[in-house]
Design a protein around this ligand. Sequence first.
Ligand code: 5RP
Length: 269
Amino acid sequence: MDWGMKNRTSKVIRPRDGRCVMLAVDHGYFLGPTEGLEVPSKTIRPLLSYADSLMVTRGVLRTSVNPSTDVPIVLRVSGGSSIVGEDLSNEIITNSVEDAIRLNAICLALSIFVGSKYEHQTLSSLAKLVDEGEKYGIPILAVTAVGKEMSRDARYLSLACRVAAELGAHVVKTYYCENFEKVVEGCPLPIIIAGGKKLSKESDVLELAYNAIRKGASGVDMGRNIWQSDCPVAMIKALRAIVHKDSDVKEAHDILLKEKNRESNSIKL
Ligand code: 5RP
């Protein structure tokens, strides 16, 4: 691995502890102005300083993130279908690597839809993007997207993560599942986990992150369970404690409650 690739990868997975808290705000590329992300700049601004990196599309980056930020940018470069379209898995590469470099991206993210109608297309895109990334020393984050008809179990997620690794991705994002350690065992890359749809209990989000880390995940790449929470800053702080300080669920929950109290007191003042 050359210096540039190593340097950029170290901004995704921090070498200090081998972990990462990536804030995902790329959802609009297929969901439109989804709840909590209607005005991306408003969602991103208070959370940015607590994120190790920001996962975003170029449109939101250009319009809604201050270019003086020192938070590393993970650029989503796949898309082409929306939630109301024919098939979400029909994705292509939506960005040139040259434009990603102009935007100072340190990593490029692309979804693969293993087992879907467009499996071959999305896997070919991954292989092509890896080649482009290698040319310029930019790591690739493979997002193991799960189609409506596919189950998020260890068997399927192990397959998708391993395929991503074999095709040359540098980091994989997947979902937490029962027997998650099997997914980790079968994938020679760092794995980070998405949060998925908003869970009703905050403690369930913390438990999900805690279990994933305990079973070998390198961190989280979370969106909805942070910015759809009623106290997004408290949630990201609590998640940071789990990921970077090895806090347990109770410790992290205490951090969340303390931050919530602090915020509600400062509103009253
Ligand atoms: C959308 C994505 C999201 O970034 C990913 O799913 C993480 O967000 P969430 O925690 O809301 O699931 O890749 O395709």
